[in-house]
Each structure stands twice: as structure tokens, then as C-alpha cells.
Design a protein around this ligand. Structure first.
Ligand code: SF4
Ligand code: SF4
Length: 763
């Protein structure tokens, strides 16, 4: 079977699926040498011009920088530094529109060119033998080289591949219409390119090196064949022109016949591919210590008077390039400016968009040349399912289904349809009769998926960090517990040892425990003595006794008042009472008399008890009340006398009362009540006593009225029977006199009767 090398040597290659043959339009620039442009006034240098992350800034506003001086520092393999393309002053570091289909902004260094174009110090290395592979790779990384074919992948990573490399493929196909940058570079810099290929050969040590180049570049083919004629390892492979032959997987398949499967990279199959421009940049960096600060750009299109390839400094604004190529209607807002070729390029939103490491073409078409670029409104219609897009897709995808899923934002379906294998070649859109901008939909969907993946990655990293922290904390906790356990065991063991130190430790512990116990006992005592509950109970008792004493004193006073509030005994009443007492002495002892006596005894007893209880209460009271107690006792003693008098009066009056049953009952009740009762019972007694006194008062009033009526009768009788003083102003005296006379008469009559009886007895 024919080997791959034999087949290549004989010039027989393979083909890839699909592809198209659009008008080349390369004649505009292919025969013009690369032009050196004057320095622009200002360069706008984006910090990130590759796949990966931007580096850390090394300069500030106002800094003067030299040509080739690093502006950022690489701190990560995926970070590629940028350099000053010429000497000048940093005038600003701010966000600015960059070369991106979405027109997004990015942090850029604004360099005001001083026109001197002064280089920093460089170390030229004409002999590569002086450098190790590591040093060569380091030089490539420091030069900020990234894939210049459009991908922008960091070159130092790609050339540091460890697996066995069978094929190193140099991509010189440059299949996209209009673009001739690589073609001119191969024509003008073939030896430098081959020197770059030699560096790669040393680093990667491939079995064979294949330079793939389309047959529409005869001068370039000739130049490379001339430059490699002494190197057997390098084969210049002229392949048929077909778009997109320049695609990585497509060129691999054409040159080697190997199809790189979905989800795999050529490196997985022992294949590394580098762009022609990248090879040139590698040689510049390694041999001449020149970082990547410029590149060849095809500025083309029928809207330009002077379309040509130029050496453009990175950061050169698009409008400067258009000025240098005499754009016809640059002030026309409708004039489209496309960065890249007509198949894979995108319209720039501003003419200040700068040239970056992956920019290979600026296309400024005329309206007749590319009418679709001037249309403001899309002419897209519904898909007619013609299937032409599938027929031309070099990745063998289903473009029509991809666009449906992209419109529906069905990312899982896009994953199933292998959207990741789409190389944005635009062949499908080129053939679509419905004029559906298929690549536009794919790019939006890819950006959204990339964003979602980044979010998922962040979430996953956060989850991993959380789990790691949780695990660490648990380990630390377990370690602490183990440490404490060991320390406790060590202490216990030390105490159990019968050493002076252990004894000392024991006694120290015992002393500490004793102190704690003593403290606790002292606290308990203090709480018992000074317990707020006890003291409050005492206070309550004290308050109760004081209240009881106060109640008793108040009762005594009330009693005294009641006694004193009784109707004062007038002289006439006293006399009458005396007369009545005397009169009653002659009478036999009646039940009323007994009741009166009992009432008098009850009153006296009450007075005594009240006096006693007051004394008792007063004694229990505080010392500061002793003076008041004595005065109360005196009052009670005097009240006792008064009570006795009142009792005597009541007794006398009771004799007069025939219907004093109520009084007797009340007295009985009082008499029957326990004298030794508690203070609360005394209150009731006091009320009863008050009722009795009230009843007595009423009865006394009635009795007085009755006595007065009797006296009137007696006075009238005496007036009729004897010469008695008439009733007038001396009424009371007359009454008394009449009573006395009546009593005397009764007494005399009694005595007379007695004498007569005695005489009769003596006869
Ligand atoms: S080429 Fe256009 S119209 Fe035809 S199937 Fe594809 S998307 Fe639909
Ligand atoms: S743009 Fe994508 S889907 Fe369309 S032809 Fe190219 S690879 Fe296929």
C-alpha cells in the first residue's frame, strides 16, 4: 500500500467534504509588494489579542516606552504579553472598541507615537546552538506570539508539545478570497519563514514537515521550494484551490488523509499546524529578539484606490490604513468596512478599531462588488430545506438544523449537532438561497454557550473550594479533639504517678476544689440570710403586724369616739338615773336588770380586751412607736372608765326599757362572741359594738322621751295634789324636785306602812 510520504512526494493528496469556489478577487493585491507605512500618530493596543487572559499592566499613563518594550507581564501560560510597536508616551489606558464581531470594548493602552521609533536593547542570536529548547520557548512566549492564522492560540504552548509528532504542517493555503498577506510574505520572506520552520523542527522533531499551499500562489510556491530545496524533511505541498482548504482539520485531511474526529485536536493524532506568518514571527523573536509588534495586512476592496499589503503595527487604527490606501468614500457612513475576508470577516463598528495579532485583512468593498454588504435590512427568508448548506459544510454538519436550534436557544440540541466543530467558514451561508446569515446565528450561540460554560466552571470551582474548606475544618476539628484527649490523658497519668510533682499537683487540685466548695457554701449562706424572698417575707409580716396594730388603734379610737359621741349625760338625767337606780334598788331583780348587768360586763370586758390587744399589738410594733402606744393605753384606760360610766347609765336605762329585747339580743351576740379573736374578728365586733351603741342610743332616746312623759304626768299630778312649782323656765328643777318629792313621799309612805305593820305585829 502506498505510504503517505510516497503519495505526498508524488503530489497526490486527499480531499475533504464539501467546500466552495467563490471568486478569488486576489488580483487586487497579489502582485504588489508589502508596503512600509509611515508611523501613525496614535496606536490603540488591546491588552488581550489572543485566546486566553490579558497580562498584568507594566506601564502607567505618562510613561515613555521604547519600541519592543513589554506593556504587560505574563503570569500564566495562557497569558501572552503585548509590546510597544514603536516608541512614544502612554497617553491613556481605557476601554475601547476592539476587533470583535459583537463590537465589544476592552482595556487598551493608548500610545502617542513620538516618531523616533527607538528600539529597546535587543540581543540578536545568530547561532541557535547557543540556546536551549527551553530558552527558545521562553523567547517565543516573551515575544507574545499567538497563532496569526486567525485562532490566536498561544504559540509557546503549541510548540511545547510532548507527544511524538509525525507531521508538522505549515499552513500557507490562504484560501479566503481577497487575502494575499501570506502569499506576499512567502514571496518576500521565504528564507525567514524557513528559518522559523527550522526552529519548530528543533522543538517538535516531527517525522516530516509539510508546507501546504494552494496552487493559486505560484510565486510563493516557487520561493518556498527554493528556500527548502536542501531540506529533505520539508515538503512543499501544492494543493488545489478550494475554500476552506486553510481550515486546520481540512488541510490535515488533504495532506495526510487523516480525518480529525469531532471533539479531537490534530495534536491528539501527532499533528501540529502552524501558520506561515507565525513561523516568520518565531524566527524574528528567537534570532532577532523582536517581539510580535507588526504583521502583514491585506487592505483591499474596490472602494480603495490603492489596495495593497502593508506592514501594519499592532494597534494601528483601521482608518489610518484606509487613509494610506486612498479610500474613495471614507466619509460615507454607509461604506462597510470588513475586518477579515468576505467569508469569515465581520463588519467593524468603528474605524478606530485597531489591528491585532490575528488581523490579516481589511476589506472595503464597493456597492457593485458586494451589494449585500450595503443592505441595511436583511433579506432573510424561511429555510426551504434545500440542503445545499449541508452539501458544502466541510465539517459535515447540518447547518439548517443548527440555525433552528440556535434561534430557539436550545443549547443541548446544539451540543448534539456538534456546533463546536463548526469553523465559521461561512460556506453554508454563501450557498443558502434563502440568504440566511447562518454563521451569524452560530457565533451568537457559541458566545452564549461559552458564557454559560464559564459560569458553570465558576460554580464548580466554588463548590470544590467549599468542599475542600469543609473537609479541612473537619480535619482540624478532629485533630483538636485528639490533641485535647492526649493532653487530658497525659495530665491524668502525671497525677496518678506517686511523685512529689504529682502529689503537689493533686494537693493543688484538692485545694482548688476546697476553695470552690467554700465559695459555694458562703454564697448559699449569704443567699439564705440575705435572701430576697426571706427578707420580703419578714417585711410582709412586719407590715402585717403594723397594719394589725394600726387597725387595733383605730378601733380603740373609734370606740372612744363612739363612747364620747353618746349623748352627754345632763344633770337632770344623772339625777333621774340616780333616782331610778335608787328606785330600782328597792325592786326585785328582774330579767332586764340581769341583761343590763351583762351588757355592762360585756362593755367592761370589751374595754379590757381592747386595751390588752392594743397593748399586745403595740408591744409587737416597732420601738419608735412606743410613745404613741403609751398614749393610746392611757386613752384606753380613760375610755374604760367612761365605758363603765356608760355601762352604768345603760344599766339604769335598761331598767326603764320594757322592749329592750333588741339590745339584749345584740348584747347576747356580743357576749357569745369569742373575746380572744383575731384582728379581723375584732373588726366585726367593732361593727356589732357600734350597732349596739346605736341601738342603745335609740333606746336611750326613747327612754328619755318616756321618762319625760312620765315626769310630765307626775308633775301635773303633783301640781293638782300639792303646791308644786309650775312648769316654765325651771322645768328641769321642778322635775327633779318633783321626783325627789315623789321618792320621799314613797319612802315615807313605806316607812309609815312598816311602822304600822310593826305595831300591829306588837299588838
Ligand atoms: S441552504 Fe439555506 S435554505 Fe437551504 S437548507 Fe440550508 S439553510 Fe435552508
Ligand atoms: S460555517 Fe459551519 S456549518 Fe457552515 S459550512 Fe462552515 S463549518 Fe459548516
Amino acid at each position: 500500500m502506498e505510504s503517505v510520504i510516497e503519495r505526498i512526494t508524488r503530489g497526490r493528496f486527499w480531499d475533504f467534504h464539501g467546500g466552495i469556489h467563490p471568486p478569488e478577487q486576489k488580483f487586487l493585491t497579489k502582485n504588489k509588494p508589502i508596503k512600509q507605512l509611515p508611523l501613525p500618530k496614535q496606536l490603540i493596543i488591546p491588552l488581550q489579542q489572543h485566546i486566553g487572559r490579558e497580562g498584568d499592566l507594566l506601564v502607567s499613563i505618562g510613561d515613555h516606552v521604547l519600541k519592543g518594550q513589554a506593556l504587560t507581564l505574563s503570569t500564566n501560560p495562557m497569558v501572552v504579553p503585548i509590546h510597544a510597536p514603536t516608541s512614544g508616551v502612554i497617553s491613556a489606558i481605557k476601554m475601547s472598541v476592539i476587533a470583535h464581531p459583537s463590537g465589544l470594548s476592552q482595556l487598551c493602552v493608548f500610545l502617542d507615537v513620538d516618531g523616533e521609533d527607538t528600539w529597546r536593547k535587543r540581543e540578536v542570536c545568530p547561532d541557535l546552538a547557543q540556546l536551549s529548547n527551553h530558552e527558545i520557548i521562553e523567547k517565543i512566549a516573551d515575544a507574545g506570539i499567538a497563532g496569526m492564522g486567525g485562532a490566536g492560540f498561544p504559540t509557546h504552548i503549541k510548540v511545547n508539545s510532548k507527544p511524538d509528532i509525525k507531521f508538522l504542517i505549515i499552513n500557507g493555503a490562504e484560501c479566503e478570497p481577497y487575502i494575499t498577506a501570506d502569499d506576499l510574505l512567502m514571496m518576500e520572506q521565504s528564507n525567514a519563514i524557513v528559518d522559523g520552520i527550522k526552529i519548530l523542527d528543533r522543538l517538535l522533531t516531527p517525522t516530516v514537515i509539510l508546507i501546504g499551499i494552494e496552487d493559486n500562489k505560484p510565486k510563493a510556491i516557487q520561493a518556498l521550494q527554493q528556500a527548502t530545496k536542501t531540506i529533505d524533511k520539508i515538503k512543499v505541498c501544492v494543493v488545489p484551490t478550494k475554500y476552506p482548504t486553510g481550515g486546520e482539520k481540512q488541510l490535515v485531511q488533504i495532506l495526510t488523509g487523516q480525518e480529525v474526529k469531532s471533539g479531537r485536536l490534530p495534536i491528539h493524532d501527532g499533528i501540529v499546524m502552524q501558520n506561515i506568518a507565525t513561523c516568520f514571527a518565531i524566527n524574528e523573536a528567537v534570532r532577532h529578539d523582536t517581539p510580535l509588534i507588526r504583521r502583514v495586512v491585506t487592505v483591499t476592496g474596490q472602494a480603495l484606490k490603492k489596495p495593497q499589503n502593508v506592514w501594519a503595527l499592532l494597534g494601528t487604527p483601521v482608518n489610518f490604513l484606509l487613509e494610506q490606501c486612498d479610500v474613495e468614500n471614507i466619509d460615507n457612513e454607509k461604506q462597510p468596512v470588513i475586518m477579515g475576508g468576505p467569508m469569515m470577516g465581520f463588519s467593524v463598528s468603528s474605524e478606530l478599531v485597531p489591528i491585532v495579532k490575528t488581523s490579516n485583512c481589511i476589506l472595503v468593498p464597493s456597492k457593485t462588488e458586494m451589494p449585500s454588504a450595503f443592505e441595511k435590512e436583511s433579506k432573510e427568508v424561511e429555510c426551504i430545506r434545500c440542503g445545499q448548506c449541508s452539501d458544502v459544510c466541510p465539517s459535515q454538519l447540518l447547518p439548517q438544523e443548527l440555525q433552528w436550534s440556535a434561534k430557539a436557544k436550545d443549547y443541548s440540541q446544539l451540543e448534539k449537532l456538534n456546533l463546536r466543530d463548526c469553523i465559521d467558514c461561512g460556506a453554508c451561508a454563501y450557498v443558502c438561497p434563502s440568504q440566511i446569515p447562518l454563521v451569524h446565528y452560530y457565533r451568537i450561540a457559541k458566545a452564549e454557550i461559552r458564557q454559560q460554560q464559564q459560569l458553570d466552571l465558576k460554580a464548580e470551582k466554588a463548590k470544590i473550594r467549599f468542599e475542600a474548606r469543609k473537609l479541612r475544618l473537619e480535619k482540624e476539628k478532629i485533630a483538636r479533639q485528639e490533641k485535647h484527649k492526649k493532653a487530658a490523658a497525659a495530665r491524668k497519668a502525671a497525677m496518678n504517678k506517686a511523685t512529689p510533682e504529682a502529689e503537689g499537683a493533686k494537693s493543688a487540685v484538692a485545694a482548688a476544689l476546697a476553695r470552690v466548695k467554700a465559695k459555694k457554701a458562703s454564697k448559699e449562706q449569704t443567699s439564705t440570710v440575705d435572701s430576697p424572698s426571706n427578707s420580703s417575707a419578714d417585711n410582709v409580716d412586719d407590715q402585717k403586724s403594723q397594719v394589725a396594730a394600726a387597725i387595733a388603734r383605730a378601733k380603740a379610737k373609734k370606740k372612744l369616739k363612739e363612747a364620747s359621741s353618746e349623748k352627754p349625760i345632763t344633770t337632770s338625767e344623772t339625777v333621774n338615773s340616780t333616782v331610778e337606780v335608787k328606785a330600782t334598788q328597792t325592786q326585785q331583780t328582774s330579767p332586764e336588770d340581769k341583761k343590763a348587768k351583762i351588757a355592762a360586763a360585756v362593755a367592761r370586758a370589751k374595754a379590757k380586751k381592747l386595751s390588752k390587744s392594743t397593748d399586745t399589738t403595740d408591744k409587737a410594733s416597732a420601738n419608735e412607736e412606743s410613745t404613741e402606744e403609751m398614749s393610746v393605753q392611757k386613752t384606753v384606760n380613760s375610755d374604760d372608765k367612761k365605758a363603765k360610766i356608760a355601762a352604768a347609765i345603760a344599766k339604769a336605762k335598761a331598767k326603764k326599757l320594757k322592749n329592750s329585747a333588741n339590745i339584749s339580743d345584740a348584747e347576747k351576740q356580743v357576749d357569745d362572741a369569742p373575746i380572744q379573736s383575731i384582728v379581723n374578728a375584732d373588726d366585726k365586733k367593732a361593727k356589732v359594738a357600734a350597732a349596739i351603741a346605736k341601738a342603745k342610743s335609740k333606746a336611750l332616746s326613747k327612754a328619755n322621751a318616756k321618762i319625760a312623759a312620765e315626769e310630765k304626768i307626775e308633775a301635773s299630778e303633783s301640781a293638782n295634789n300639792s303646791d308644786v312649782l309650775p312648769i316654765g323656765a325651771t322645768d328641769k328643777k321642778a322635775k327633779i324636785a318633783a321626783a325627789i318629792a315623789k321618792a320621799k313621799a314613797k319612802k315615807k309612805l313605806k316607812e309609815t306602812n312598816t311602822i304600822e305593820e310593826n305595831n300591829q305585829d306588837g299588838v
